[in-house]
Design a protein around this ligand. Structure first.
Ligand code: PLP
Length: 386
């Protein structure tokens, strides 16, 4: 590893630090207790019990049952599985699928694949805040609509969607409803029954668990076509030797993060609002992206006017100053294109290119936020002066 100076990590929507409690719980399964839970001998018992316990912990976080939780390799796999298998698991319906225009690439690219393979997909527009409108959704629903997928909260702009209402509408119409809750799980309260959710994706590393492990909640009664074929793991629904350490770590992180939601929200939201307040009042031509109140506690996303072709200078200057933040565009060598999310909420291209996302965790401090705002301010001023 090369030495890097201390960084300020404000990119918690991209990943989070593994919690110490999760690591401690994982250690035995990375060392002494290495048995395969599917084996029939004594070395299988400990790992099998540990996986069972993790499954129960996660189910409890969602008001679900253990038998409704299926472990996967992460959010991307859960999304692929739910969309592709879900769409063919609603017999009597057709081959039409609706997804919002601001879904994560795991959903957008899966939907595009489905389009190339005989499905009809509607990419549902959102309003200027990134919200899905119920009326728009209702008018997009057809006789042959088999599945709707709308994320619980957006990873770029933090907008929290009206999931409960969308779920109720789908339920009434006999349409399967999937939600990508990768940004929401462990950060806002979720209840699959109250929110009328049929399928829900989550990922360990977005809430203090390890990378490469996630789960899909599938409501009892829905028979999903397996996505990974092979052994009989996960009740025959998802083959592959069980990732015991990953699942155990994710289970601990899930239980802790859900139990701490209220306390964390209060702290993180204060930092978020302080950050938004300072940028809005101290930088002219700063536009807050996403909804002012219906947004994730730790999400800040701004676009800046008057930077134009130098847009990629913002992340460069931020990085140069030890700030780990994310941008809202793919800064390629020669050209920039705002992300599909920034485009979908109607930010003009020129402004959309200079977008910065700051995502805050319980580990960040107000000093770090202030430092980040100072650097953003300096960067914007420098680039505008060019
Ligand atoms: C990170 C993320 C994913 C992908 O999850 P992985 O576990 O990294 O594959 C999917 N959807 C959303 C909204 C995400 O933020």
């Amino acid at each position: 590893m090369t030495d890097i100076p201390p960084q300020i990590f404000l990119d918690n929507a991209s990943t989070t630090r593994l919690r110490k409690e999760a690591l401690d719980a994982m250690m035995p399964y990375l060392t002494e207790s290495y048995g395969n839970p599917s084996s029939s001998h004594k070395m299988a018992k400990g790992p099998r019990e540990a996986v069972k316990e993790a499954r129960k912990k996660i189910a409890d976080c969602l008001n679900a049952s253990s038998s409704e939780i299926f472990f996967t390799s992460g959010g991307t796999e859960s999304d692929n599985w739910a969309l592709k298998s879900g769409a063919v698991s609603n017999p009597g319906k057709g081959r039409h699928v609706i997804v919002s225009a601001i879904e994560h690439h795991a959903i957008i690219e899966s939907a595009k694949w489905m389009e190339r393979n005989g499905f009809d997909v509607t990419f549902l527009p959102v309003d200027e805040f990134g919200l899905v409108d119920l009326k728009t959704l209702e008018s997009a629903i057809r006789e042959d609509t088999a599945l709707v997928s709308v994320m619980t909260a957006n990873n770029e702009i933090g907008t929290i969607e009206p999931i409960k209402e969308i779920g109720a509408l789908c339920k009434e119409k006999g349409i399967l409803f999937h939600t990508d809750a990768v940004q929401a799980f462990g950060h806002i309260h979720l209840d699959v029954k109250e929110m009328n959710i049929d399928m829900l994706s989550a990922s360990g590393h977005k809430f203090g668990g390890p990378k490469g492990v996630g789960f899909l909640y599938v409501r009892k009664g829905i028979k999903l076509e397996p996505f990974m074929h092979g052994g009989a793991q996960e009740n025959g629904e998802r083959a592959g030797t069980t990732n015991v350490p990953g699942i155990v770590g994710m289970g601990v992180a899930a239980e802790l993060s859900v139990a701490e939601i209220d306390e964390d929200t209060e702290y993180i939201q204060k930092l978020r609002d302080h950050c938004i307040q300072r940028i809005s009042s101290e930088i002219e031509g700063a536009k807050l992206n996403g909804h002012p109140t219906q947004r994730l506690p730790g999400n800040v996303n701004f676009s800046f006017s008057g930077i134009g072709a130098m847009a990629c200078g913002i992340p460069m200057l931020m990085n140069g100053n030890g700030m780990c933040v994310s941008t809202g565009s793919a800064c390629a060598a020669s050209s920039t294109e705002p992300s599909h999310v920034i485009m979908a909420i109607g930010v003009p291209k020129e402004m959309g290119n200079s977008t910065i996302r700051v995502t805050i965790s319980r580990e960040n401090t107000v000093e770090e936020i202030d430092r980040a705002v100072d650097v953003i301010k300096e960067s914007v001023a420098r680039l505008r002066a060019l």
